[in-house]
Design a protein around this ligand. Structure first.
Ligand code: FES
Length: 148
């Protein structure tokens, strides 16, 4: 999935305009390069969420993950995260999250709070438990999407 480039000149403000929400289809995520930090923004029925772009396990592309409600599943090894808090629901490390909102004009505004993504050292070769519990159901929220 392509990374969208931050469309606004860098200023001293930390409240940054990422452009229109419409560039992220409902139920999907997109990556933005913001001041040298890649950030994934997710457009769900429950709200808009922003996290670090790379999974803390093995750098999986979180914007390509599976979403059910406010749960994000990494497409590589199925670690699960709560998009509202960044908490790890399955896996050893949580995510850095960023405050994000939508203006009345429909633009995404991101509060860049520094490059403080939590580090997570998972020893090479460590077995990863994969939880096969579905994150949604056919009758559940309609914003789940398949990994591409
Ligand atoms: S890279 Fe995300 S779970 Fe392994």
């Amino acid at each position: 999935m392509p990374t969208l480039t931050y469309p606004e000149p860098i200023t001293a403000s930390a409240d940054l305009n990422l452009g229109p929400l419409a560039q992220i289809p409902l139920g999907e995520g997109r990556n933005f390069m913001v001041r040298g930090t890649e950030i994934a923004v997710f457009h769900t029925r429950q709200g808009i969420y922003a996290t670090q772009a790379a999974c803390p396990h093995r750098q999986g592309p979180l914007a390509d993950g599976l979403i059910g409600g406010t749960t994000l599943v990494c497409p590589f090894h199925a670690w699960k995260f709560d998009l509202t808090t960044g908490e790890a629901l399955m896996g050893q490390c949580g995510l850095q999250i960023y405050p994000v909102r939508v203006t009345e004009g429909g633009d995404l505004r991101l509060m860049l709070i520094g490059n403080t993504a939590p580090t997570c050292a998972v020893p090479a070769g460590e077995e990863i438990g994969v939880d096969q519990t579905p994150v949604g159901s056919a009758t559940g929220p309609a914003d789940a999407w398949a990994v591409r």
